[in-house]
Design a binder for this molecule. Structure first.
Ligand code: FAD
Length: 328
Protein backbone atom coordinates (compact mmCIF):
# COMPACT_ATOMS: atom_id res chain seq x y z
CA UNK A 1 0.00 0.00 0.00
CA UNK A 2 2.97 2.30 0.18
CA UNK A 3 2.17 3.58 3.68
CA UNK A 4 4.43 3.40 6.69
CA UNK A 5 3.21 0.76 9.15
CA UNK A 6 2.69 1.33 12.82
CA UNK A 7 0.36 4.33 13.19
CA UNK A 8 -1.72 4.77 16.30
CA UNK A 9 -4.64 5.48 13.99
CA UNK A 10 -5.15 5.04 10.26
CA UNK A 11 -7.90 7.25 8.82
CA UNK A 12 -9.60 6.12 5.61
CA UNK A 13 -10.79 9.15 3.61
CA UNK A 14 -9.44 12.62 2.81
CA UNK A 15 -12.64 14.66 2.67
CA UNK A 16 -13.61 17.11 5.40
CA UNK A 17 -14.53 14.28 7.82
CA UNK A 18 -11.29 12.34 7.40
CA UNK A 19 -8.98 15.36 7.48
CA UNK A 20 -10.69 16.96 10.49
CA UNK A 21 -10.65 13.69 12.43
CA UNK A 22 -7.02 13.14 11.52
CA UNK A 23 -6.13 16.68 12.71
CA UNK A 24 -7.95 16.08 16.03
CA UNK A 25 -6.12 12.79 16.60
CA UNK A 26 -2.70 14.09 15.53
CA UNK A 27 -2.96 17.27 17.63
CA UNK A 28 -3.93 15.08 20.62
CA UNK A 29 -0.63 13.22 20.25
CA UNK A 30 -1.63 10.21 18.13
CA UNK A 31 0.55 9.16 15.23
CA UNK A 32 -1.84 9.32 12.29
CA UNK A 33 -1.85 8.10 8.71
CA UNK A 34 -4.51 8.98 6.15
CA UNK A 35 -5.20 6.78 3.13
CA UNK A 36 -7.75 7.72 0.51
CA UNK A 37 -8.72 6.83 -2.99
CA UNK A 38 -9.31 10.47 -3.95
CA UNK A 39 -7.15 13.41 -2.82
CA UNK A 40 -8.96 16.24 -1.00
CA UNK A 41 -9.52 18.35 -4.14
CA UNK A 42 -11.45 15.50 -5.79
CA UNK A 43 -13.78 14.63 -2.91
CA UNK A 44 -17.45 15.50 -2.37
CA UNK A 45 -16.18 17.87 0.30
CA UNK A 46 -14.40 19.98 -2.33
CA UNK A 47 -17.71 20.39 -4.20
CA UNK A 48 -19.68 21.79 -1.24
CA UNK A 49 -20.75 25.47 -1.26
CA UNK A 50 -20.16 25.69 1.68
CA UNK A 51 -22.06 27.37 4.47
CA UNK A 52 -22.48 26.34 8.08
CA UNK A 53 -25.99 24.99 8.78
CA UNK A 54 -27.33 21.50 9.54
CA UNK A 55 -29.26 20.90 6.29
CA UNK A 56 -30.26 17.58 4.76
CA UNK A 57 -29.24 15.59 7.79
CA UNK A 58 -31.37 14.01 10.51
CA UNK A 59 -29.95 13.00 13.86
CA UNK A 60 -30.69 14.22 17.39
CA UNK A 61 -26.95 14.84 17.97
CA UNK A 62 -26.70 17.23 15.04
CA UNK A 63 -27.33 20.42 17.02
CA UNK A 64 -24.46 19.84 19.46
CA UNK A 65 -22.04 18.83 16.71
CA UNK A 66 -23.03 21.86 14.62
CA UNK A 67 -22.63 24.32 17.49
CA UNK A 68 -19.19 22.96 18.29
CA UNK A 69 -18.15 23.21 14.65
CA UNK A 70 -19.35 26.81 14.39
CA UNK A 71 -17.24 27.74 17.42
CA UNK A 72 -14.13 26.13 15.91
CA UNK A 73 -14.72 27.63 12.46
CA UNK A 74 -15.09 31.08 14.03
CA UNK A 75 -11.60 30.68 15.50
CA UNK A 76 -10.16 29.32 12.25
CA UNK A 77 -11.62 32.30 10.36
CA UNK A 78 -8.99 34.47 12.08
CA UNK A 79 -6.45 32.86 9.71
CA UNK A 80 -7.07 34.51 6.30
CA UNK A 81 -5.36 31.58 4.51
CA UNK A 82 -7.85 29.05 5.91
CA UNK A 83 -10.61 29.67 3.37
CA UNK A 84 -13.08 30.32 6.24
CA UNK A 85 -14.70 33.76 6.42
CA UNK A 86 -17.38 35.03 8.75
CA UNK A 87 -19.98 36.47 6.40
CA UNK A 88 -23.22 38.30 7.10
CA UNK A 89 -26.30 37.48 5.07
CA UNK A 90 -29.94 36.65 4.76
CA UNK A 91 -31.89 33.42 5.03
CA UNK A 92 -35.51 33.46 3.86
CA UNK A 93 -38.50 31.14 3.58
CA UNK A 94 -41.25 31.28 0.95
CA UNK A 95 -43.86 30.67 3.69
CA UNK A 96 -44.57 32.15 7.08
CA UNK A 97 -42.13 30.15 9.18
CA UNK A 98 -40.28 30.08 12.46
CA UNK A 99 -36.49 30.08 12.12
CA UNK A 100 -34.76 26.89 13.27
CA UNK A 101 -33.37 26.91 16.84
CA UNK A 102 -29.78 26.61 15.61
CA UNK A 103 -30.25 29.86 13.66
CA UNK A 104 -31.67 31.86 16.57
CA UNK A 105 -28.66 30.77 18.66
CA UNK A 106 -26.25 32.70 16.41
CA UNK A 107 -25.20 35.84 18.31
CA UNK A 108 -26.26 38.47 15.75
CA UNK A 109 -29.50 36.72 14.64
CA UNK A 110 -32.33 39.14 13.92
CA UNK A 111 -35.64 38.81 12.11
CA UNK A 112 -36.29 40.86 8.96
CA UNK A 113 -39.28 42.92 7.99
CA UNK A 114 -41.27 41.58 5.02
CA UNK A 115 -40.27 44.62 2.90
CA UNK A 116 -36.57 43.70 3.32
CA UNK A 117 -37.04 40.30 1.64
CA UNK A 118 -36.62 39.40 -2.04
CA UNK A 119 -39.83 38.75 -4.02
CA UNK A 120 -41.48 35.41 -3.25
CA UNK A 121 -40.23 35.21 0.35
CA UNK A 122 -42.46 35.79 3.38
CA UNK A 123 -40.16 35.21 6.37
CA UNK A 124 -36.50 35.97 6.80
CA UNK A 125 -33.69 36.55 9.23
CA UNK A 126 -30.15 37.83 9.09
CA UNK A 127 -27.06 36.49 10.80
CA UNK A 128 -23.33 35.99 10.36
CA UNK A 129 -22.11 32.51 9.42
CA UNK A 130 -18.82 30.83 8.59
CA UNK A 131 -18.69 30.55 4.79
CA UNK A 132 -16.04 28.14 3.63
CA UNK A 133 -14.14 28.04 0.36
CA UNK A 134 -13.82 24.27 0.51
CA UNK A 135 -10.86 23.62 -1.83
CA UNK A 136 -8.81 26.18 0.17
CA UNK A 137 -10.07 24.91 3.52
CA UNK A 138 -9.15 21.30 2.69
CA UNK A 139 -5.62 22.51 1.83
CA UNK A 140 -5.54 24.29 5.21
CA UNK A 141 -6.52 21.05 6.98
CA UNK A 142 -3.80 19.15 5.10
CA UNK A 143 -1.19 21.74 6.17
CA UNK A 144 -2.39 21.56 9.77
CA UNK A 145 -2.29 17.76 9.72
CA UNK A 146 1.21 17.66 8.22
CA UNK A 147 2.52 20.07 10.83
CA UNK A 148 1.11 17.77 13.53
CA UNK A 149 3.10 14.90 11.96
CA UNK A 150 0.30 13.30 9.91
CA UNK A 151 1.13 11.14 6.90
CA UNK A 152 -1.11 11.25 3.79
CA UNK A 153 -1.33 8.83 0.88
CA UNK A 154 -3.82 9.11 -1.97
CA UNK A 155 -4.84 6.83 -4.84
CA UNK A 156 -5.35 3.92 -2.44
CA UNK A 157 -8.60 1.95 -2.53
CA UNK A 158 -9.31 0.01 0.67
CA UNK A 159 -11.56 -3.00 0.03
CA UNK A 160 -11.88 -4.23 3.62
CA UNK A 161 -10.85 -3.16 7.11
CA UNK A 162 -8.79 -6.35 7.39
CA UNK A 163 -6.62 -5.08 4.53
CA UNK A 164 -5.38 -2.15 6.66
CA UNK A 165 -6.03 -3.43 10.20
CA UNK A 166 -2.43 -4.55 10.72
CA UNK A 167 -1.06 -1.11 9.95
CA UNK A 168 -2.45 0.73 12.97
CA UNK A 169 -3.84 0.18 16.43
CA UNK A 170 -7.13 1.70 15.30
CA UNK A 171 -8.82 2.32 11.95
CA UNK A 172 -11.06 5.38 11.53
CA UNK A 173 -13.54 5.10 8.70
CA UNK A 174 -14.32 8.46 7.07
CA UNK A 175 -15.00 7.13 3.60
CA UNK A 176 -18.30 8.96 3.02
CA UNK A 177 -20.40 7.26 0.37
CA UNK A 178 -17.57 4.72 -0.02
CA UNK A 179 -18.90 3.08 3.16
CA UNK A 180 -21.70 1.60 1.05
CA UNK A 181 -19.25 -1.06 -0.10
CA UNK A 182 -16.45 -0.80 2.47
CA UNK A 183 -18.58 -1.50 5.57
CA UNK A 184 -20.86 -2.48 3.70
CA UNK A 185 -23.73 -0.15 4.71
CA UNK A 186 -26.95 -0.58 2.73
CA UNK A 187 -28.57 2.35 4.57
CA UNK A 188 -26.30 4.91 2.92
CA UNK A 189 -27.55 6.65 -0.23
CA UNK A 190 -26.60 9.64 -2.39
CA UNK A 191 -28.42 12.95 -2.68
CA UNK A 192 -27.01 14.55 -5.81
CA UNK A 193 -26.18 18.26 -5.69
CA UNK A 194 -25.23 20.63 -8.48
CA UNK A 195 -23.71 24.12 -8.20
CA UNK A 196 -22.64 26.86 -10.60
CA UNK A 197 -19.58 29.02 -9.87
CA UNK A 198 -19.63 32.50 -11.43
CA UNK A 199 -17.40 35.57 -11.36
CA UNK A 200 -18.38 37.78 -8.44
CA UNK A 201 -20.16 40.95 -9.64
CA UNK A 202 -19.53 42.55 -6.22
CA UNK A 203 -21.63 40.47 -3.83
CA UNK A 204 -20.43 40.56 -0.22
CA UNK A 205 -23.34 38.93 1.65
CA UNK A 206 -24.72 35.40 1.41
CA UNK A 207 -28.32 34.48 0.65
CA UNK A 208 -29.90 31.10 1.25
CA UNK A 209 -33.49 29.95 1.34
CA UNK A 210 -34.86 27.90 4.19
CA UNK A 211 -36.37 25.08 2.15
CA UNK A 212 -35.49 21.41 1.96
CA UNK A 213 -36.73 20.49 -1.50
CA UNK A 214 -35.07 19.52 -4.78
CA UNK A 215 -34.29 23.14 -5.70
CA UNK A 216 -32.71 25.07 -2.83
CA UNK A 217 -31.50 28.55 -3.76
CA UNK A 218 -28.28 29.95 -2.36
CA UNK A 219 -25.66 32.55 -3.17
CA UNK A 220 -22.33 32.13 -1.39
CA UNK A 221 -19.64 34.76 -2.17
CA UNK A 222 -16.00 33.69 -1.94
CA UNK A 223 -13.91 36.70 -3.00
CA UNK A 224 -13.57 36.72 -6.78
CA UNK A 225 -16.21 33.98 -7.26
CA UNK A 226 -19.72 33.25 -6.08
CA UNK A 227 -21.04 29.70 -5.62
CA UNK A 228 -24.69 29.43 -6.69
CA UNK A 229 -26.97 26.58 -5.72
CA UNK A 230 -28.39 24.24 -5.87
CA UNK A 231 -30.14 20.91 -6.29
CA UNK A 232 -30.92 17.87 -4.17
CA UNK A 233 -31.95 14.76 -6.09
CA UNK A 234 -32.32 11.64 -3.95
CA UNK A 235 -30.71 8.53 -5.41
CA UNK A 236 -29.17 10.11 -8.52
CA UNK A 237 -25.50 9.30 -9.15
CA UNK A 238 -25.10 11.30 -12.37
CA UNK A 239 -21.79 13.16 -12.10
CA UNK A 240 -22.13 15.18 -15.31
CA UNK A 241 -23.54 18.70 -14.78
CA UNK A 242 -27.05 18.99 -16.19
CA UNK A 243 -27.34 22.16 -18.37
CA UNK A 244 -31.05 22.63 -17.56
CA UNK A 245 -30.34 22.43 -13.82
CA UNK A 246 -27.51 24.98 -14.21
CA UNK A 247 -29.81 27.37 -16.12
CA UNK A 248 -32.50 27.01 -13.45
CA UNK A 249 -29.96 27.74 -10.67
CA UNK A 250 -28.71 30.86 -12.50
CA UNK A 251 -32.29 32.08 -13.06
CA UNK A 252 -33.37 31.54 -9.42
CA UNK A 253 -30.27 33.23 -8.05
CA UNK A 254 -30.57 36.19 -10.45
CA UNK A 255 -34.20 36.63 -9.37
CA UNK A 256 -32.94 37.09 -5.79
CA UNK A 257 -29.82 39.10 -6.68
CA UNK A 258 -30.17 40.93 -10.05
CA UNK A 259 -26.40 41.64 -10.22
CA UNK A 260 -25.97 37.95 -11.06
CA UNK A 261 -27.78 38.33 -14.43
CA UNK A 262 -25.24 37.52 -17.13
CA UNK A 263 -22.41 36.78 -14.66
CA UNK A 264 -19.63 34.78 -16.34
CA UNK A 265 -19.76 31.08 -15.45
CA UNK A 266 -16.40 29.83 -14.16
CA UNK A 267 -17.26 26.21 -13.30
CA UNK A 268 -19.99 23.66 -12.73
CA UNK A 269 -19.75 21.35 -9.73
CA UNK A 270 -21.58 18.09 -8.96
CA UNK A 271 -21.34 15.96 -5.82
CA UNK A 272 -23.20 13.17 -4.03
CA UNK A 273 -24.13 13.89 -0.41
CA UNK A 274 -23.49 10.72 1.67
CA UNK A 275 -26.85 10.39 3.39
CA UNK A 276 -28.13 8.04 6.07
CA UNK A 277 -31.05 7.96 8.55
CA UNK A 278 -28.51 8.83 11.25
CA UNK A 279 -24.93 10.02 11.02
CA UNK A 280 -22.70 7.12 12.08
CA UNK A 281 -20.09 8.09 14.68
CA UNK A 282 -19.57 4.83 16.49
CA UNK A 283 -17.03 2.22 17.54
CA UNK A 284 -17.37 -1.23 15.95
CA UNK A 285 -15.33 -4.40 15.94
CA UNK A 286 -15.11 -5.21 12.23
CA UNK A 287 -14.00 -8.87 12.06
CA UNK A 288 -11.35 -8.30 14.72
CA UNK A 289 -10.28 -4.83 13.53
CA UNK A 290 -11.15 -1.97 15.93
CA UNK A 291 -12.87 0.67 13.79
CA UNK A 292 -14.36 4.05 14.60
CA UNK A 293 -16.90 5.01 11.97
CA UNK A 294 -17.48 8.67 11.10
CA UNK A 295 -19.61 8.87 7.95
CA UNK A 296 -23.09 9.60 6.59
CA UNK A 297 -23.16 13.38 7.12
CA UNK A 298 -25.60 14.10 4.26
CA UNK A 299 -25.75 17.77 3.30
CA UNK A 300 -23.91 18.90 6.42
CA UNK A 301 -20.45 17.34 6.40
CA UNK A 302 -18.68 20.65 6.92
CA UNK A 303 -21.23 21.79 9.51
CA UNK A 304 -20.75 18.66 11.63
CA UNK A 305 -17.04 18.16 10.98
CA UNK A 306 -15.43 19.37 14.25
CA UNK A 307 -18.21 18.06 16.49
CA UNK A 308 -18.03 14.59 14.93
CA UNK A 309 -14.22 14.56 14.82
CA UNK A 310 -14.01 15.39 18.53
CA UNK A 311 -16.55 12.67 19.29
CA UNK A 312 -14.44 10.23 17.26
CA UNK A 313 -11.38 11.34 19.26
CA UNK A 314 -13.28 10.63 22.49
CA UNK A 315 -14.20 7.16 21.23
CA UNK A 316 -10.58 6.56 20.23
CA UNK A 317 -9.48 7.57 23.74
CA UNK A 318 -11.84 4.97 25.23
CA UNK A 319 -10.21 2.29 23.07
CA UNK A 320 -6.76 3.13 24.48
CA UNK A 321 -4.35 6.02 24.58
CA UNK A 322 -2.08 6.92 21.70
CA UNK A 323 0.76 4.41 21.50
CA UNK A 324 -0.96 1.78 23.67
CA UNK A 325 -3.07 0.38 20.84
CA UNK A 326 -0.11 0.07 18.53
CA UNK A 327 2.04 -1.83 20.98
CA UNK A 328 -0.81 -3.81 22.57
C1 FAD B 1 -23.61 20.38 -3.91
C2 FAD B 1 -23.28 20.16 -2.46
C3 FAD B 1 -23.33 21.21 -1.57
C4 FAD B 1 -23.05 21.01 -0.22
N1 FAD B 1 -23.07 22.08 0.61
C5 FAD B 1 -22.77 21.91 1.92
C6 FAD B 1 -22.75 23.02 2.80
O1 FAD B 1 -23.01 24.16 2.40
N2 FAD B 1 -22.45 22.79 4.12
C7 FAD B 1 -22.15 21.56 4.58
O2 FAD B 1 -21.91 21.40 5.79
N3 FAD B 1 -22.14 20.48 3.76
C8 FAD B 1 -22.45 20.62 2.45
N4 FAD B 1 -22.48 19.54 1.60
C9 FAD B 1 -22.28 18.19 2.16
C10 FAD B 1 -20.82 17.84 2.31
O3 FAD B 1 -20.15 18.10 1.13
C11 FAD B 1 -20.68 16.34 2.67
O4 FAD B 1 -21.47 16.00 3.79
C12 FAD B 1 -19.21 16.07 3.01
O5 FAD B 1 -18.39 16.44 1.94
C13 FAD B 1 -18.94 14.62 3.36
O6 FAD B 1 -17.56 14.57 3.65
P1 FAD B 1 -16.79 13.20 3.88
O7 FAD B 1 -15.40 13.56 4.25
O8 FAD B 1 -17.57 12.36 4.84
O9 FAD B 1 -16.85 12.47 2.47
P2 FAD B 1 -16.09 12.80 1.11
O10 FAD B 1 -15.80 14.23 0.96
O11 FAD B 1 -16.88 12.13 0.04
O12 FAD B 1 -14.70 12.05 1.27
C14 FAD B 1 -14.63 10.64 1.28
C15 FAD B 1 -13.18 10.21 1.19
O13 FAD B 1 -13.11 8.80 1.37
C16 FAD B 1 -12.39 8.22 0.28
N5 FAD B 1 -12.85 6.84 0.09
C17 FAD B 1 -14.12 6.41 -0.13
N6 FAD B 1 -14.14 5.06 -0.22
C18 FAD B 1 -12.85 4.63 -0.07
C19 FAD B 1 -12.22 3.37 -0.06
N7 FAD B 1 -12.92 2.23 -0.20
N8 FAD B 1 -10.88 3.30 0.10
C20 FAD B 1 -10.14 4.45 0.26
N9 FAD B 1 -10.70 5.68 0.27
C21 FAD B 1 -12.04 5.77 0.11
C22 FAD B 1 -12.68 9.14 -0.88
O14 FAD B 1 -11.75 8.93 -1.94
C23 FAD B 1 -12.54 10.50 -0.18
O15 FAD B 1 -11.17 10.83 -0.01
C24 FAD B 1 -22.72 19.71 0.25
C25 FAD B 1 -22.64 18.66 -0.66
C26 FAD B 1 -22.91 18.86 -1.99
C27 FAD B 1 -22.80 17.71 -2.94
Amino acid sequence: MGTAAGFDALVIGAGVSGLTTAVCLAEAGWTVGVVAERPPAQTTSAVAGASWGPYMVSDPRVLGWSERTRAVLEEIAEDPASGVRLTAGLEAAPVVAEPPSWATAVHDFRRCQAQDLPGGYLTGWRYTLPLVDMPRYLEYLVRRLRSAGGDLNFGIHVSSFGEVGGRAGLVVNCSGLGSRTLVPDGGLYPIRGQLVVVENPGIQEFFQDDVEDEEPTYILPHGDNVVLGGSAIVGSEEMRPDPATAEAILARCAAVEPRLKGARVVAHRVGLRPTRAEVRVQYADEAGVPVIHNYGHGGAGLTLSWGCAEEALGLAGSCGTAGQLRSG
